[in-house]
Design a protein around this ligand. Structure first.
Ligand code: SDX
Length: 392
């Protein structure tokens, strides 16, 4: 398949490609991974199964899943020298910057992950990244919280191990919290892939030059960081907090969002593709209720979110522009209930999106796609003779 570059009337170059991984229908609010509906996967599968499905194209049988997980566990060690790089960051460093840097630094300690031209080398790089990335995520959080770095526990499930690495307190037994792990697993599934979004297109573009998998993922993390993309989940919480502090004055923020002179946008609303409800937002909204009540968490922010959503869905400005809640609108409320600091929310998005980025990178390399080279419509000056400094 060759990349197809099309220019839409607005000259927004919507470079596109062929892919067999994720299907979206923005009008009908449909999302499928390798043909399976997101609603079914979120209910019936776990994150490691979905990662396997996205990357290799089929749901794994018990034996394949067992081998996949044990291959990953065999690679869960992160070189001790990496801790020196982490120590170089101030505590105030943004976790997305730390994670992107550590992911790129991993290359130096895993040089064989650069050349993935054979299927075996690609598989090895994939299981290494799926093993080490959660450790880097946990280290990024624990460094911020002044906690000792943890390597997790290979006897646990993939997501349970992530939860333990992130939250195990020193000198205290780790208490398994099934509700929290189930909620985290579901959130990771819902973020796992989303066809050619900004960060995934970045991974494909960087990888198309045959840069290694780790380097391409590091670039994707930087793209996801932006507040118009994955950074929105943090911006939603900041916005809901501000509205709550303003006595819940949603009308004021709706007016700001509609004021063309005000750069403020209603974070967590709108989407480049969904011009109907984001199916993930529906699932997360339902889960937010369940998770908070089973964790016994009362979060007034949830009420503010519901009020804002109700108003926006009735407001002609938003209705005309088909602006509905997206995946980021409710996810932060669950992350917060799980004890995850706000500036780690986008890191959690990256953790969920990792298998999707890997699947898309692998597909692009297996398809032998040419190096990405978007075209442009030139709108600059015509040819003109040089003008001497004295004449300018
Ligand atoms: C993600 O692509 C993906 O799949 C991404 C993602 C994934 O899984 O990878 O789904 C994850 O990034 C979700 C989106 C998270 N971002 C936000 O929630 C930030 C807030 N949303 C917007 O910035 C915006 O809606 C975008 C960036 C998401 C989409 O922008 P578009 O499609 O380019 O819309 P636009 O900028 O062309 O806006 C169309 C109109 C404009 O008004 P008019 O010029 O027509 O008068 O809608 C307005 C915009 O001003 N508008 C908003 C708005 N989003 C669009 N007005 C107020 N609040 C908003 N959130």
């Amino acid at each position: 398949a060759t990349g197809l570059i099309t220019l839409d009337p607005g000259f927004k170059n919507t470079g596109s490609c062929e892919s067999a991984i994720t299907f979206l229908d923005g009008e009908k609010g449909i999302l499928r991974y390798r043909g399976y509906a997101i609603e079914e996967l979120a209910e019936k599968a776990d994150f490691l199964e979905v990662a396997y499905l996205l990357i290799f194209g089929e749901l794994p049988n018990a034996q394949q899943l067992e081998k996949f997980h044990s291959d990953i566990k065999a690679e869960s060690h992160v070189d001790e020298e990496m801790k020196k790089i982490l120590d170089g960051f101030p505590k105030s460093a943004h976790p997305m910057g730390v994670l992107s840097s550590l992911t790129s630094a991993l290359i130096a300690f895993n040089p064989s992950s650069v050349n993935v031209s054979s299927e075996q080398a690609m598989y090895h790089a994939i299981v290494r990244l799926l093993a080490k990335f959660p450790v880097l995520v946990a280290w990024t959080l624990r460094k911020k919280m002044g906690l000792p770095l943890d390597y997790g526990d290979d006897s646990l499930g993939y997501v349970e191990n992530i939860h333990k690495m992130m939250f195990k307190k020193p000198n205290r037994e780790y208490t398994k919290n099934p509700v929290a792990i189930e909620a985290l697993d579901k959130l990771l599934i819902l973020h796992a892939d989303h066809e050619q979004n900004c960060s995934t297109s970045t991974v494909r573009m960087v990888g198309s030059s045959h840069a290694g998998l780790f380097a391409s993922i590091s670039a994707g993390i930087s793209a996801l960081w932006g507040p118009l993309h994955g950074g929105a989940n943090m911006a939603v919480l900041d916005m809901l907090e501000a509205i709550s502090a303003d006595g819940g004055d949603t009308k004021k923020y709706m007016a700001k969002a509609k004021d063309k002179d005000d750069p403020f946008r209603l974070m967590g609303f709108g989407h480049r593709v969904y011009k109907n409800f984001d199916p993930r937002a529906k699932i997360i909204k339902k889960a937010a209720d369940e998770v908070l009540s089973s964790l016994g968490v009362e979060d007034p922010i949830l009420e503010v979110a519901r009020g804002l959503e109700r108003e926006a869905l009735e407001d002609p400005y938003f209705v005309e522009r088909k602006l509905y809640p997206n995946v980021d609108f409710y996810s932060g409320i669950i992350y917060r209930a799980l004890g995850i600091p706000v500036d780690m929310f986008t890191v959690m998005f990256a953790l969920g999106r990792l298998p999707g980025w890997i699947a898309q990178y692998r597909e692009m390399r297996l398809n032998g796609e040419p190096i990405g080279r978007p075209r442009q419509v030139y709108v600059g000056a015509n040819h003109r003779p040089f003008k001497a400094l004295s004449a300018r």
